[in-house]
Design a protein around this ligand. Structure first.
Ligand code: NDP
Length: 602
């Protein structure tokens, strides 16, 4: 043990080795051979789980055979920000294709009661300054986010050429025409010079692959397709139709944490089936102070976004503008380690990070004890892993819900639900009869890109994207793929991963805009990465990922670590390992070179 660890350990009121061992034990209980294969894909008999419950009617229209300049697939934040930046750069013919009935993406689908964003609204909602908008609360709720998405669509006139209720089924590069041909489930054949794929990172709901799941006779749905006709109420709660119902909810991730307080209040009885508890930090939401809003100076949103992003990537700032649970861990570290940028001994940082994390998670576990009255329930609700092994949650009503007499935590000690029967759910060898099962079981993450997208892409010489990426993603900057000219991929794979997703999307949109503007102004007909540039980028991604490898392996399973099975492919599909700010700086430096290095231009 180093001198530093001995010194720090002497000052601690816990033993780091004991915690390390406990974390290992808890992780081992949850490791399973089937990893990502444990889930049931929502296809065939299960496809009704992804029907759109929010559209009033299916819009009938004739199939379209036409051409535009740029097609953007996906009308969520990624597509909207791209559309907005393209409009600002003077692009008129921009078409967004979206399978939902409106813009909003994840916020179109996730309308469950209590749905809200854990990232501060002032940095999360894109284009606030451009729209002259300040959100109502520090943590905005889903209806305001959905409305903001529509406002972006209106402000930038993106509805003009958008197609909703339309799902892309395939894409093909037409070499002779130098165009993409995009096919949809409406029989459309749309041509475009450029395509941006912004399918969303968590767009495809998944179900647990539990024996008997199709036998169940009661009512059932996934949280991302909330059935208010059955539950009554709305996104603000008041689920009055559940007053005589016994409800079972499977899953205790970020979604479940937000809807469980409403289910607890509404249902006659609620059974919460838990495999791994989430860490539940303080929320402390509050309305926006009108004086503060009026005092904001031009450039305030970008400044705040960058401040947050620097802090959550481990950087130093003069002042923490956001001051919330996300930035707290790094504040802890600063005060603990006298961590001061260039004077820091970087070799000590991982150890100090771990200690700061232990301290923080001890607070999280103490918080459970201080709120949950029943000791056995409190013990079961304590998370035993490092904070960023799973997505941290922030809520002030979730834990008190377990003090209600009608709410029962069914903890499965890491094993999960065993089976589903005609009448209910089996866990720990016992059957719980319920009128309704709600799956809060999340979204596909580690599966093939084209499976999650719902379509394959055929590039030059008949090469399919699914084949090209069969052994892992290959790209330049996460954006361009050799063999697929004029195609842009918007995702955090091989690109920037941030806590505040829209920040990375905006950086990506601006980068694409720069390239598209050059193509327009310099009459460039195609761009694609050279083989050398693509190979070098993949190499860089793999070599940088080693920084993170030990951490991922030590974590409890979840979608952050490919369900406990990080492997060369999942690592290759990961984000740029130095963090988002270095990635953003790299993109800026690349643009400043002016000649688009690494891209083959015709
Ligand atoms: P998650 O993937 O985070 O959670 C799925 C849950 O289902 C986990 O608790 C998982 O347990 C559980 N589960 C899966 N299979 C079984 C089984 N067989 N038996 C029992 N439990 C099972 O999905 P969410 O929808 O909660 O969240 C997805 C993401 O969406 C978040 O990580 C976040 O990025 C985003 N989100 C963001 C919000 C925001 O505020 N901005 C709010 C809500 C979601 P286990 O942990 O053991 O795998």
């Amino acid at each position: 043990m180093s001198e530093l660890s001995t010194q720090v350990d002497e000052e601690l009121d816990f033993d780091p080795d004991v915690l390390r061992e406990k974390y290992r034990e808890e992780r081992d209980k949850r490791l399973r051979a089937d990893g990502n294969e444990q889930y049931q894909e929502v296809v065939g008999d299960f496809s009704n789980y992804i029907d759109d419950p929010y559209i009033e009617e299916v819009v009938e229209r004739e199939p379209l055979k036409d051409e535009t300049d740029i097609i953007v697939i996906g009308g969520g934040f990624g597509g909207l920000i791209t559309g907005a930046r393209l409009r600002e750069a003077g692009f008129e013919r921009v078409r967004i294709i979206e399978k939902g009935g409106d813009f909003g993406g994840t916020w179109y689908w996730n309308r469950y009661p209590g749905a809200a964003c854990d990232t501060e609204s002032y940095i999360y909602l894109p284009l606030c300054e451009e729209l002259g908008f300040v959100p109502k609360e520090k943590y905005t709720h889903a209806p305001e986010i959905l409305q903001h998405s529509r406002n972006i669509g209106n402000h930038y006139d993106l509805y003009r050429e958008a197609f909703f209720q339309t799902e892309v089924t395939g894409m093909e590069w037409l070499n002779d025409e130098v165009r993409w041909l995009v096919r949809t489930n409406r029989g459309d054949e749309m041509r475009a010079r450029f395509v941006v794929m912004s399918n969303g990172p968590l767009n495809r709901p998944k179900l647990p692959g539990i024996a008997g799941i199709s036998e169940y006779r009661g009512h059932t749905f996934h949280t991302s397709r909330w059935d208010y006709a059955y539950t009554g109420g709305g996104p603000e709660g008041n689920l009055d139709k559940l007053a005589d119902k016994r409800v079972g909810i499977i899953g205790t991730g970020a979604t479940a944490v937000q809807c469980i307080p409403h289910l607890g209040r509404g249902a006659k009885e609620l059974f919460v089936f838990q495999r791994t508890p989430s860490s539940i930090d303080v929320r402390a939401n509050r309305p926006t102070d009108p004086e503060w809003a009026a005092s904001l100076k031009p450039g305030w949103q970008r400044e705040r976004m960058e401040n947050f992003n620097t802090l959550t990537s481990g950087g130093i700032v003069e002042e923490d503008l956001v001051q919330d649970g996300w930035t707290e861990i790094i504040r802890n570290l600063i005060s603990m380690a006298n961590y001061r940028g260039k004077d820091t001994d970087w070799s000590k940082v991982p150890y100090l990070m771990e200690i700061a994390d232990f301290k923080h998670m001890n607070q999280i576990r103490d918080r459970v004890d201080s709120i949950v009255e029943d000791q056995k329930t409190a013990e079961a609700l304590k998370p035993w892993y490092r904070q960023f092994c799973k997505r941290p949650c922030f809520h002030d009503e979730y834990l008190p819900t377990f003090n209600r007499e009608n709410v029962h935590l069914i903890d499965t000690e890491g094993k999960g639900v065993e089976a589903i029967t005609e009448n209910g759910i089996v866990a720990n060898g016992q059957e719980y009869e319920v009128d309704c099962i709600i799956f809060a079981t999340g979204f596909e993450v580690g599966t093939e890109y084209t499976r999650r997208a719902g379509y394959d892409v055929v590039g030059q010489d008949g090469l399919k994207l699914s084949e090209k990426w069969a052994d892992g993603m290959r790209s330049l900057h996460g954006l361009h793929v050799r063999g697929f000219p004029n195609l842009f991929v918007m995702s955090n794979s091989q690109a920037a991963f941030t806590t505040n997703f829209p920040h990375a999307m905006d950086a990506c949109a601006k980068h694409m805009c720069y390239i598209l503007t050059k193509c327009r102004d310099e009459n460039i007909s195609t761009i694609q990465p050279t083989r050398e540039a693509e190979d070098a980028w993949v190499e860089e991604i793999i070599s940088l990922s080693r920084y993170n490898e030990d951490f991922l392996v030590s974590c409890t399973p979840g979608y952050y670590n490919n369900e406990g099975q990080p492997n060369p492919k999942s690592i290759q599909n990961g984000a740029y390992g130095k963090g988002s700010n270095p990635y953003f700086r790299k993109m800026v430096a690349w643009r400043e070179e002016g000649n688009m290095p690494g891209l083959e231009i015709t």
